[in-house]
Design a protein around this ligand. Structure first.
Ligand code: ATP
Ligand code: MG
Length: 462
């Protein structure tokens, strides 16, 4: 059974081609018919003229008889009359139809070269010509030639039969071609339809023939790519959900354990206080984690508003430093900041503050006592660059490509103790990129890490 699209395409092709064929055939047919009839008429007149030429040479009764006898054997009929249309002789008995033509002719008006008297083969029984016998510029007689219209009809019938045969053959070939064509077009479409159905049913790995160079090939390529993207997204989502549930479960398990201990009769007030403090810390951590997840979700749904403005970046850096300096000092880490007074950027100050705090927080967390953190700012014509470097533990080479991914932590056990959940850099990267900027990292394990943040400066009038 033909599917709908190929039926539609097929029918459309078929109708268009059929119409064109009918028009062309009609023109060809009528031209051929006209040509054939004209040819018969020309022959008839030429034959009559030949007779009249002979008679002009030798206008005697024996020659006239001769003409009649000659035509009695042919498929034509001849009637020879005198100058006023009195029949002298004829090749066949004169039927009324022949008589009528002879009588109704204007005998003097016929030119010397003869004329066609009747060419309406479809209505009249005979087509006819008149060739006058002219001696000394006088019509002394007339040679009337007749051809049976049925002869012409036979010729036309043959022609029609041939046309019918060729026409049917063409229609058949057209149907065949259209059928093949519509299959060539709709087969790959059907396959792609099946593929997309599979996609929506959750079967994400579809195989499509993608080597065609035309639009159908491009469509197949897009669908294949879509299927791969979906597969990747599905995997990422599963991984993410796995990590998230792990992240949430771990602190909850801790808290439940500590609460069980607190509830035991034999727990001292001292221990109780200690465990309550741990529970508080874990709760803060969980709240932070959920807040971060919430921010990332907003970024994903494009609901994360960035309101860029031209700011003096120095002011921002000062508040950030004031914010984090006490914590850094407490850990016994040296902290120096260096930037030019006229440092500017075209950014959302609240968001960039969040980025700087995230990265400084990392530098502090992953750097031991006695080391140092340096923050610098610089600018050129188009961009402002902030670097934050530490002489901390660095990041293992194999982890570097992944540290900006969500929930990714290098050396997980270590970060766990530092309370990280692996979202800080992911958020920082999203924010910087939403600004049209870039964030990169250079690190050597055991020696330290440098984060380089480039931000847009904006046009002078922004
Ligand atoms: N300055 C750094 N020195 C060494 N390792 C770092 C540094 N900054 C980041 N890392 C590594 O990259 C990982 C990802 O950092 P990210 O800030 O995304 O997460 P986190 O600090 O563990 O948790 P969160 O920031 O969500 O509290 C960290 O777990 C850490 O292993
Ligand atoms: Mg962090």
């Amino acid at each position: 059974m033909l599917n709908k699209l190929s039926l539609k395409i097929g029918l459309l092709f078929f109708l268009v081609i059929l119409t064109v064929e009918i028009i062309l055939f009609y023109i060809l047919y009528t031209n051929l018919v006209d040509d054939r009839v004209e040819e018969v008429m020309r022959d008839l007149l030429a034959r009559g003229n030949a007779h009249s030429d002979v008679l002009e040479e030798n206008y005697t009764s024996s020659t006239i008889e001769h003409v009649a006898i000659m035509e009695s054997e042919s498929e034509f009929k001849v009637v020879v009359t005198d100058d006023v249309g009195e029949v002298i002789t004829s090749s066949n008995p004169i039927e009324p139809e022949l008589e009528a033509v002879v009588q109704h002719t204007d005998h003097d008006g016929i030119p010397e070269g003869g004329a066609i008297l009747e060419s309406d083969w479809s209505n009249e029984p005979y087509v006819s010509t008149d060739s006058p016998v002219t001696i000394n510029e006088n019509h002394v007689g007339h040679v009337f030639m007749f051809a049976d219209s049925n002869n012409i009809k036979r010729i036309i019938d043959q022609l029609s039969q041939q046309f019918l045969f060729v026409g049917l053959l063409t229609v058949f070939l057209t149907i065949f071609t259209v059928f093949i064509l519509s299959r060539v077009i709709t087969r790959p479409l059907l396959k792609m339809k099946k593929a997309t159905e599979q996609l929506s049913r959750g079967h994400h790995e579809v195989e499509l023939y993608t080597h065609r160079k035309d639009e159908l090939g491009e469509l197949a390529t897009s669908i294949s790519r879509l299927s791969k993207d979906l597969e990747r997204l599905k995997n990422e989502r599963n991984e993410f959900l796995g990590s998230i549930s792990h992240e949430l479960r771990t602190p909850l398990t801790y808290m439940k354990g500590y609460m069980d201990i607190i509830n035991r009769q034999d727990t001292t007030t001292e221990s109780r206080k200690q465990y309550i403090k741990i529970i508080q810390e874990e709760t803060t951590h969980l709240a932070g984690l959920i807040q971060n997840l919430f921010e990332l979700a907003k970024i994903d749904y494009n609901e994360f508003a960035i309101k860029k403005e031209k700011i003096m970046l120095g002011d921002l850096i000062r508040t950030v430093v004031a914010n984090i300096q006490p914590a850094i000092n407490k850990r016994g880490i040296r902290f120096t900041v260096d930037y030019p007074d006229d440092l500017v950027a075209y950014v959302d100050p609240g968001r960039i503050r969040q980025v700087l705090l995230n990265i400084l927080d990392n530098a502090m967390k992953y750097t031991n006592e006695g080391n140092s953190i340096v923050m610098t700012g610089s600018q050129d014509k188009d961009e402002t660059v902030i670097t934050i470097s530490d002489t901390g533990e660095g990041i293992p080479e194999e982890d570097v490509p992944y540290i900006f991914e969500r929930l990714y932590r290098a050396e997980k056990s270590r970060s766990r103790s530092s309370g990280g959940s692996g979202l800080g850099l992911a958020i920082a990267k999203e924010i910087v990129e939403l600004h049209g900027g870039d964030i990169t990292v250079e690190t050597t394990q055991g020696e330290g890490t440098v984060f380089i943040i480039s931000l847009p400066k904006g046009d002078a009038n922004e």
